[in-house]
Ligand binder design. Structure first.
Ligand code: ADP
Length: 378
């Protein structure tokens, strides 16, 4: 007691001796206080501010427990009484909850209600002191935010659905255009002059690019946030499968892939295979042909976080582009040098985020790149 600050001691004394101080504290900092007789159980003193918060004239109210209990939402009253029991049995269990009161005008007032049981010399509950804080405004903001989030989620879902349908349905007419332009180009091979042949090649090339773009957009829109397909996924197998999808390119460019055993995680197998497919396809594409070495390794932290690295010995890029390249359609290399739509890494990022993780890369021009991602283990 003796090491209490002198001002604290002074304030305690003021509180004891000057009723104005108590009045200031209870009306200036709280939205009501109450003091309950736990021996009588019916008698409870409520401050004037207590009633004013709910729109009542304090003079019209009696100092009885029943006066407030009938204004509280029944579910919240039940919860508050449960907490009261627990706090009575164990002082360490806090009596602290948000309850809904009915205002005189019929609206709801959200109140944070905290209380402390005061015990007699034998340790039996004798009184209870409580304080109210009106949190209605906070609750309203919380509700508005929840509604805004819900609207955003719905509109995102609609957009994803639309992207999926559009890219899926565009594939068929595009296939028709692509195959007939190719047929036409073969058929007219000897009849077209140099300029017409050039134009024809542009058309064929443009159609192929559009097919690639539509395919990538479709893949991006397929990375849904749904978790129905979640299961234990062996990342080694997912990586091998991603590599398998690149069989032709792998054969062509004589790639050497060193894959060490990777952990098992909870996730969407098909999405994780797509993730590896995109990282490996980039590692092969942005490389020095004839000398492509890729290393895939991973580790698990003591907290269960799994981190995987895909390292290549390719052309690399300036480190300050490392955030930008994960954005859709962002490319550092021209189409004439390297084909692509700028969607692969956006897919990777979406998959990783869907798995509650993070993705990043380290690179330098001419020194290769390492793309890493982390997700939490099962
Ligand atoms: P795309 O490969 O279709 O262009 P991505 O989204 O997969 O699209 O990649 C975005 C850009 O990031 C690429 O255009 C390239 O400039 C750069 N990039 C990605 N991976 C690598 C890599 N392994 N090495 C060097 N540059 C890369």
């Amino acid at each position: 007691m003796s090491d209490r600050h002198y001002l604290e001691k002074e304030l305690q004394a003021l509180l004891r001796n000057d009723p104005q101080i108590f009045e200031f504290l209870q009306s200036g900092s709280l939205d009501g206080i109450w003091y309950w007789d736990l021996v009588d159980q019916n008698a409870e003193w409520m401050s004037a501010r207590f009633w004013e918060t709910f729109g009542y004239d304090p003079a019209s109210k009696q100092h009885l427990v029943s006066e407030w209990q009938e204004m509280v939402h029944p579910e919240d009253l039940e919860r508050a009484l449960e907490n009261f029991q627990k706090h009575a049995e164990d002082p360490n269990h806090p009596y602290d909850q948000i309850v809904r009161y009915k205002h005189r005008d019929g609206s709801t007032v959200w109140v944070r209600c905290r209380g402390l049981i005061i015990r007699d010399a034998a340790g039996n509950p004798s009184r209870m002191l409580g304080a109210h804080t009106n949190v209605t405004e906070l609750k309203k903001v919380e509700e508005e935010l929840r509604q805004a989030n819900e609207a955003l989620r719905r509109s995102n879902e609609e957009l994803e659905e639309l992207t999926y349908i559009a890219s899926h349905d565009l594939q068929e007419p595009l296939r028709v255009v692509a195959s007939f332009t190719e047929l036409l180009s073969e058929r007219c091979e000897n009849e077209l002059d140099e300029t017409a042949t050039k134009y024809m090649n542009y058309i064929v090339d443009g159609t192929h690019r559009m097919q690639g773009l539509v395919r990538d957009i479709l893949q991006l829109s397929r990375v849904s946030r749904r978790r129905e397909a979640w299961q234990d996924v062996d990342l080694t197998a997912a990586c091998e499968c991603g590599l398998g999808r690149l069989e032709e390119v792998v054969k062509e460019s004589g790639v050497a892939v060193a894959l060490t055993s990777l952990p098992i995680v909870k996730g969407d197998r098909s999405q994780l295979e797509t993730l590896f497919e995109n990282l490996l396809s980039n590692a092969i594409k942005y490389s020095h042909p004839g000398d492509v070495k890729i290393e895939v390794s991973g580790e698990t932290d003591p907290d269960g976080t799994v981190t995987v690295h895909v390292k290549d010995n390719g052309i690399g890029f300036e480190q300050h582009y490392s955030d930008r390249i994960f954005r859709i359609f962002q490319r550092l290399h021209g189409r004439s040098e390297y084909s692509g739509s700028g969607i692969g890494l956006a897919i990777v990022k979406k998959v990783v985020e869907h798995h509650g993780g993070d993705v990043w890369c380290k690179s330098a021009p001419g020194e290769g790149s390492t793309f890493s991602f982390s997700i939490r283990e099962t």
